[in-house]
Design a protein around this ligand. Structure first.
Ligand code: ZN
Length: 245
C-alpha cells in the first residue's frame, strides 16, 4: 500500500520542492521496510536464513527512520532553511551506528547463540516468529535506542509551532503514532498478549483466532497492525506539512 501511495502521490499531488521529494523517498522506504519484514517473517523459522533476513529487516527499518526524519525536517523547515547540517544527519548517523553495532554483534555470535524457540511444539498456532533470533543481552539496547529514534519528531516541535499552519494536528498525529507504536512494542515484548494466553489455554483469546482461515493473530501481528496505522498517521502529518507549511 505504501508502494502504491509513493507512486500515486506524484500523480495526485503536484510539487517539485525538496520537501516533496523527500516525502516520496520516505514513502518508498516505508514500503521497502514492510516488504523486508514479510521476507524476514517468512524465513524466520529457518535459523541460517533468518540470520541474514533479520539483519536486512532491521537495516531497512533504520534506513526508513533516517529518511523519514530528514523528510520531516525538510517539510517543517521549507526545505532545510537555516538548518545546520548536524541536525540533518543526526538520526541517519545514529541509525548507522546502531546498524553497524548489531551487524558486528551478529558477526561475533554463532547461529545457536541467538536462536530460540519461545514456545515448544508446533509454532503455527502462536505464529512463526516464536522461532527466531533474539538480541539476547542487547535486547534493552535495541528497545531503548528504537525508542529514542522514534521520538525524533518531538525535537522539531519548535519548528512545527513556528511554521506549521496547524501545529496541533501535526503534533497530534505524530504523538498518536508514537503512542501506538510504543504500545505495540510493549504488547509484543513485555505483555506478550495474546500469545501467553494461547500458550496456557487452548481456549486462548477467541477474537484473535481465525480457524477457517487457518491462522491466528499474535502479539507480533498486532504490533505490525499498530505500526502500520502509526506509519499512516506519520505520513498524513508529513503530507499536511509539505502542503501547508
Ligand atoms: Zn515483524
Amino acid at each position: 500500500m505504501f508502494g502504491l501511495y509513493a507512486s500515486l502521490r506524484h500523480i495526485f499531488l503536484s510539487g517539485t520542492s525538496v520537501a516533496f521529494e523527500w516525502a516520496t523517498g520516505a514513502a518508498v522506504s516505508t514500503a521497502v521496510t514492510f516488504l523486508s519484514s514479510v521476507v524476514y517473517h517468512v524465513t524466520s523459522p529457518n535459523p541460517r536464513l533468518a540470520m541474514i533476513t533479520r539483519q536486512l529487516d532491521f537495516a531497512a527499518i533504520y534506513i526508513s527512520i533516517s529518511i523519514g526524519s530528514v523528510a520531516d525536517l525538510a517539510a517543517v523547515t521549507r526545505g532545510f532553511v537555516n538548518v545546520p547540517i548536524v541536525s540533518i544527519i543526526d538520526v541517519p548517523v545514529a541509525s548507522l551506528i546502531l546498524l553497524l553495532f548489531f551487524a558486528f554483534r551478529r558477526y561475533e555470535l554463532t547461529c545457536d547463540d541467538t536462536f530460540v524457540e519461545e514456545y515448544s511444539g508446533c509454532t503455527f498456532g502462536v505464529g512463526l516468529l516464536r522461532r527466531w533470533h533474539t538480541d539476547g543481552a542487547h535486547t534493552s539496547v535495541r528497545f531503548v535506542t528504537s525508542f529514542c529514534l522514534s521520538s525524533f519528531y518531538f525535537t522539531v516541535t519548535p519548528a512545527v509551532l513556528k511554521n506549521s499552519s496547524n501545529a496541533v494536528l501535526v503534533l497530534g498525529l505524530n504523538a498518536g503514532a508514537f503512542i501506538l507504536i510504543g504500545f505495540g512494542m510493549i504488547l509484543d515484548n513485555i505483555l506478550l498478549w495474546p500469545d501467553d494466553v494461547w500458550h496456557k489455554s487452548s481456549k486462548g483469546v477467541s477474537c484473535t483466532s481465525f480457524p477457517r482461515l487457518g491462522c491466528a493473530l499474535t502479539s507480533h501481528g498486532l504490533w505490525h497492525i499498530l505500526a502500520f496505522v502509526g506509519a499512516v498517521m506519520i505520513a498524513l502529518g508529513r503530507e499536511y506539512t509539505v502542503l501547508y507549511v
